[in-house]
Design a protein around this ligand. Structure first.
Ligand code: SAH
Length: 231
């Protein structure tokens, strides 16, 4: 395909092609994830969010490749298939309040905001948080609350949450996130599972307050930073 200037590209067609590719990946990974497809509402949300608005100008031409891309500050925008998978696992619906840790550019925030009642999202890098807030407001997302901070402590003032999605890899599940999840709530996060290895984990909180977890598939996320971890 020849390289077209942004204004002449058919983002709609590219987004549809990406959505088809995600559907193919969902099928290909069903042996690990236990799901052959993602809910139509999730695919619809991915198909509505303009990913080209979330990537830096120099990568805009690659916005609909099914890959992570650099967003500055050593961080990335997540791979669209992984965003769709995590959203499917978190299963947000209109009445839900969802917490995201690791806003980054705000792409996952936007996908969640298409589906949930309210999305609260925390980012540790102030410059990224400010840029994401400006971007999400410009794109018309009104049901999001953003803050700069360390996601290890969750967001107690906004708790409890129906679902929590963490988009950076921690060594262990931060206890505050389990505390701030409603009974019946879903926690989706990448956890380090060995040297240089990470697994995406789905946790479901029972009525008894216990979190039952299961590994979903190997992933590669940027590290979850915190006061005790290197920045
Ligand atoms: N959700 C983003 C992914 C961003 S990458 C998307 O849709 O593409 C993960 C983000 O987590 C980075 O921006 C990083 O700065 C942030 N992060 C890392 N550790 C964090 C912490 N302890 N608290 C909050 N954000 C954190």
């Amino acid at each position: 395909m020849p390289k077209l200037p942004d204004a002449e590209r058919s983002w709609v067609a590219e987004r549809q092609r990406l959505t088809d590719e995600i559907a193919g990946d969902a099928l290909a990974t069903s042996g690990m994830t236990g799901r052959r497809s993602f809910a139509p509402a999730i695919m619809g949300a991915v198909n509505r969010v303009p990913r080209q608005e979330f990537v830096p100008a120099e990568h805009r031409g690659r916005a609909y490749e099914n890959v992570p891309l650099p967003i500055g500050h050593g961080q990335t925008i997540s791979q669209p298939y992984i965003v769709a998978l995590m959203t499917d696992l978190a299963a947000p619906t209109k009445g839900d309040t969802v917490l995201e840790i690791g806003t980054g550019c705000g792409y996952q925030t936007a996908v969640l905001a298409e589906l949930a009642g309210t999305v609260c999202s925390i980012e540790i890098v102030p410059e990224l948080q400010i840029a994401a807030a400006e971007r999400l407001a410009r794109l018309g997302y009104r049901n999001v609350a953003l803050a700069t901070g360390d996601g290890h402590r969750g967001w107690p003032e906004k708790a409890p949450f129906d679902a929590i999605v963490v988009t950076a890899a921690a060594d262990a599940i931060p206890p505050a996130l389990i505390d701030q999840l409603k009974p019946g709530g879903r926690l989706v996060l990448p956890v380090r599972s060995g040297p240089g290895r990470q697994h995406l984990i789905l946790g479901e909180k029972g009525a008894d307050g216990e979190l039952r977890t299961r590994p979903i598939l190997p992933v590669a996320f940027v590290p979850f930073r915190g006061p005790l971890e290197p920045s």
